[in-house]
Write a protein of this length. Structure first.
Length: 271
């Protein structure tokens, strides 16, 4: 599933293609959304916002298109009314005179007014966004007593805790923080919670700026020069089960928390 940085990069591409442009046509695949096509066709796109893994495309008439890619959704930006050869199903198309923004395979799409955005069952429950929230807000969240007794490995996947963290970010944030996935906030010192907040912010922004690379950039560049492919140099621990830790050489361990795989170093992240 795309995580916060991937959705923000997709939003950047879409924003460059359609922001401050009047749409020629907005097309929906779902019958219950088709009536909104005429209302949005000819409208000016005022911005593209992300909230964790969700995206909102705002129009000057105060309507917004909400979408969540879930596992299979994928955005493409193309020349106007140009469609790729694919077996994916087109769910949403936004056309203007210069570009087309196309959303394939996603099933969670809606059109909302401002009141509906504020009360949306997913959006209204989101915690601070890992890309837009300042570190101080992230620290207040990780220190909140509501979450004190939940294991970090499970808590980080809760979008009501931090919006935009998914499976790879969870493993990488905990490794860089030096925290075992079974630790709870109540088990951590204040300095450790500060490090967790700072690491969340830093890892998310590095992933956003460097196309998903969360490993130390100097290390990643050197490994790339040595001939390793992207999947081999991209992360510190995620998807590296049994391989040596890049810091201490201990084999990377794998476990399942919240029904999803998590990787960590038993030495760098002691319980």
């Amino acid at each position: 599933m795309p995580e916060g940085p991937e959705i923000r990069r997709a939003a950047d591409r879409i924003e460059r293609a359609i922001k401050d442009q009047s749409t020629q046509e907005v097309w929906f695949a779902f019958e219950h959304l088709k009536p909104f096509g005429p209302a949005l066709s000819g409208s000016l796109v005022t911005g593209v916002e992300t909230r964790g893994k969700a995206m909102l495309i705002h129009f000057h008439n105060e309507l917004s298109i909400y979408s969540h890619n879930q596992l299979y959704g994928r955005w493409q930006v193309r020349q106007p009314h140009s469609y790729p050869k694919t077996n994916r199903q087109l769910r949403l198309a936004i056309h203007n005179a210069q570009k087309s923004a196309l959303l394939y395979s996603a099933s969670d799409i809606d059109v909302l007014n401002p009141a509906q955005v504020a009360t949306h069952p997913f959006l209204s429950r989101l915690g601070p966004d890992i890309l837009s929230a300042p570190t101080t807000e992230l620290f207040l969240q990780v220190s909140d007593k509501r979450f004190a007794r939940r294991q970090l490995g499970a808590l980080l996947l809760d979008q009501g805790f931090l919006a935009g963290v998914g499976n790879y970010l969870r493993s990488e944030i905990l490794f860089i923080s030096g925290l075992h996935p079974k630790k709870r906030p109540i088990d951590c010192l204040a300095d450790q919670l500060i490090t967790l907040a700072e690491s969340t912010h830093r890892v998310a922004w590095q992933s956003y700026r460097h196309n998903g690379v969360t490993c130390d950039l100097k290390v990643a560049r050197q490994l790339k020069l040595e001939g390793l492919n992207r999947s081999q140099y991209r992360h510190w621990v995620f998807m590296r089960t049994g391989r040596p830790c890049r810091q201490c050489g201990t084999p990377i361990a794998s476990t399942r928390i919240a029904s999803r795989r998590l990787n960590y170093c038993p030495v760098c992240q002691p319980l």
